[in-house]
Design a protein around this ligand. Structure first.
Ligand SMILES: [Zn+2]
Length: 161
């Protein structure tokens, strides 16, 4: 028997002002995207912004539905926008922020399980990792170098060969 370990590391910053200019700008773009969320049911508005390898910044927000499972998270809305407008172009960084109308918004949140799977697929397709910048409307910011770090043992196209 062999035992293995998987470690995940991330960088923690006290607030947006301690980020470099590029990361702070992308997190601000994600916060702007919060305003475009359609979240009448959860009241939990999420915004995401991606910086592509060609320098373009794109934004997405969560889009809910009266049929709850039809709703789509901000991260997957954004990845769909990226791949539709710029197919094959790598997403270098993705910032994610939120505003919780029913609670607090002062700590980072991370992508849900389905979004982690979609981020993993995107990384595979364009052969480039996605660096995540996670922050609330205020407070600490976490940076994770690779989105796939959040999804150990990911199921990928390689498993279907
Ligand atoms: Zn999600």
């Amino acid at each position: 028997m062999q035992q293995h370990q998987i470690q995940v590391s991330y960088d923690e910053y006290p607030d947006t002002s301690s980020l470099n200019h590029q990361d702070a700008a992308l997190l601000e773009a994600a916060r702007e995207a919060i305003q475009l969320a359609y979240a009448p049911y959860s009241k939990f508005q999420v915004g995401a912004a991606a910086r592509l390898s060609n320098g373009i910044i794109l934004k997405g927000s969560n889009q809910e539905n009266a049929s709850f499972p039809a709703g789509i998270c901000a991260e997957r809305v954004l990845l769909s926008i990226c791949s539709s407008l710029y197919p094959g172009i790598a997403v270098i960084d993705m910032a994610i922020s939120y505003f919780n109308q029913l609670g607090t918004s002062n700590r980072p949140i991370s992508p849900c399980g389905i979004c982690r799977q979609s981020l993993s697929e995107y990384e595979t397709v364009v052969n480039h990792s996605i660096r995540l910048i996670l922050g609330g409307s205020q407070g600490k910011v976490f940076i994770i170098e690779k989105a796939t770090d959040l999804l150990p043992f990911a199921f990928t196209s390689a498993d279907m060969k």
